[in-house]
Design a protein around this ligand. Structure first.
Ligand code: ADP
Length: 265
């Protein structure tokens, strides 16, 4: 808060008033600080893969290309880093679209239970790890007004993490619970978990518990930040609960209208 004082003084020198104007600059400064931090983060995130690629390409140019064992390995690293940079730039574009004022969503009524089931099917068919899937879903349909593509991205980001952090032979559990006028969608894994002090931060842009490790896993640090933006645009919340060494549950809520209510309205 910044305070500007003006003294109201008569020609005689007699002070008969004081005006105090308070400016709430904290919010403005906070936004500015966050913007600068974001730009610094983006630059850093882009520079890291680029410098890695440069050193590998230099080594190849210096003669490593002749080595039949080293060359394919170096090319694979540069190609992986290129893929990650493309993902990063795509994630940045998604966030920048969401930050812009003309952010539009295409809302339609979707049976969330069917929709969730279909997305889980897709992951189950594509999975390469030894992980079992368990679904605890309602037998009846639940209709939610939402942007299907955007909600697909939320689930994609959350489920990819659950698989990424799942141990060999682990189980991923998918649930939907109904509570009052909201549904709560959860994805639980039996992975390494998240330390207590980090739980509140994992939805921040570029926050990772272990930067080097998640980068190696191809992460951008933006997946959960994007999920959070989309869920809030739908009027819901997203949160995590976790026990280190035991596993993590990511849950989000979405408002919905129950069928009974529809009948009466
Ligand atoms: P990333 O691309 O690094 O996965 P996210 O925004 O998706 O970025 O996640 C942010 C961080 O939260 C991750 O780097 C990781 O440290 C932590 N995290 C997210 N999901 C899980 C999970 N299921 N188990 C353990 N840690 C997780």
């Amino acid at each position: 808060l910044r305070a500007n004082f003006s003294v109201i003084q008569k020609e005689t020198g007699f002070v008969n008033g004081l005006i105090c104007v308070l400016h709430d600059i904290t919010e403005q400064e906070k936004i500015e600080f966050e913007r600068r931090e974001f730009v610094a983060n983006v630059s850093h995130e882009l520079r890291t893969p680029l410098t890695t690629m440069r050193s590998y390409l230099e080594a190849l140019a210096d003669g490593a290309w002749r080595d039949e064992e080293i060359a394919p390995n170096f090319l694979e690293v540069t190609s992986k880093e290129t893929e990650r940079m493309i993902r990063l730039v795509n994630d940045l574009l998604t966030l920048s679209k969401m930050d812009s004022t003309d952010y539009r969503m295409t809302m339609e009524w979707v049976n969330f239970v069917d929709f969730y089931d279909r997305i889980i099917d897709r992951f189950e068919m594509a999975k390469e790890q030894n992980v079992t899937f368990k679904r605890i879903l309602p037998k009846h349909g639940i209709f939610v007004e939402m942007d299907e593509d955007k909600m697909t991205q939320v689930l994609y980001n959350v489920i990819s993490n659950a698989l990424k952090y799942s141990p060999e032979g682990g189980q991923v559990t998918f649930t939907i619970q109904e509570k009052n006028e909201t549904i709560i969608v959860s994805v639980s894994d039996q992975g390494m978990g998240i330390p207590k002090e980090s739980i509140g931060k994992i939805f921040d842009r570029f926050y990772r518990v272990d930067k080097a490790r998640t980068r190696k896993m191809g992460g951008t640090g933006l997946g959960l930040a994007i999920a959070k933006e989309i869920v809030s645009a739908h009027g819901g919340n997203i949160w995590a609960s976790s026990k280190e060494g035991k596993g993590t549950t990511i849950s989000f809520s979405l408002p919905y209208e129950s069928a009974e209510e529809d009948e009466w309205s």
